[in-house]
Design a protein around this ligand. Structure first.
Ligand code: AMP
Length: 194
């Protein structure tokens, strides 16, 4: 099975590009942020807890996110694999994911990281905030915090997978179709080699 991590800071285009990748390779999309927002909408205990962190642009504690992903993975079937979007976001989450896959006799195939300069990310997040209704996109202070949290807590995940020889950076600037093509060109040979 193919297990891709589509990686990068908030606003880099992970959600949009995940849709393209899942269609092209017939994969399942697992987006931790979307799953958490569903929990908030349902006002579950998990959602109520997670919202406290999300509204401030902080990470939801590892154990909450990991157990959420674990339960999704256990119900996985019928596809060629998964695109993880927004997960893992810390080295302990990466270790947990490796462990969960290993127990199924599988592993991460590649971490593909989209790269966009910070000024452009801020612009994209501000304009998304005008239409998305997302509290975490609607204040510059929260946007800045999310980018700081990415640098401090999430970017070390790159090292984790580059040590496994699975890190592939991709330029995320430009038209959506052009970025999709770059991603597919990187992913295709990886998929063929599996
Ligand atoms: P996203 O939709 O991926 O931008 O995520 C929105 C928010 O959900 C993040 O700013 C975090 O507060 C929370 N979140 C999503 N995924 C994770 C994760 N893997 N670990 C911790 N918090 C997460």
């Amino acid at each position: 099975m193919i297990h891709l991590i589509l990686f990068g800071p908030p606003g880099v285009g992970k959600g949009t590009q995940s849709q393209r990748i899942i269609q092209h390779f017939d994969l399942l999309h697992i987006a931790s942020g979307d799953l958490l927002r569903i929990q908030i909408m349902n006002q579950s205990d998990l959602g109520i807890k997670a919202k406290l962190y999300m509204d401030k642009g902080e990470l939801v504690p590892d154990e909450i996110v990991i157990s959420m992903i674990e339960s999704i993975l256990s119900s996985l079937d019928g596809k060629n694999g998964v695109v993880f979007d927004g997960f893992p976001r810390t080295p302990p989450q990466a270790e947990a994911l490796d462990g969960l896959l290993k127990s199924r006799g599988e592993e991460i195939s590649a971490l593909v990281a989209l790269k966009v300069p910070k000024e452009e990310l801020v612009k994209r997040l501000e304009s998304r905030g005008l239409t998305s209704g997302r509290a975490d996109d609607s204040s510059i202070k929260t946007i800045e915090n999310r980018l700081k949290v990415y640098d401090n807590k999430t970017s070390p995940v790159i090292k984790h997978y580059s040590e496994q020889g699975k890190y592939h950076p991709v330029n995320g600037v430009g038209m959506i179709d052009d970025v999709s093509k770059r991603l597919i060109d990187i992913i295709e040979p990886i998929v063929e080699a599996i």
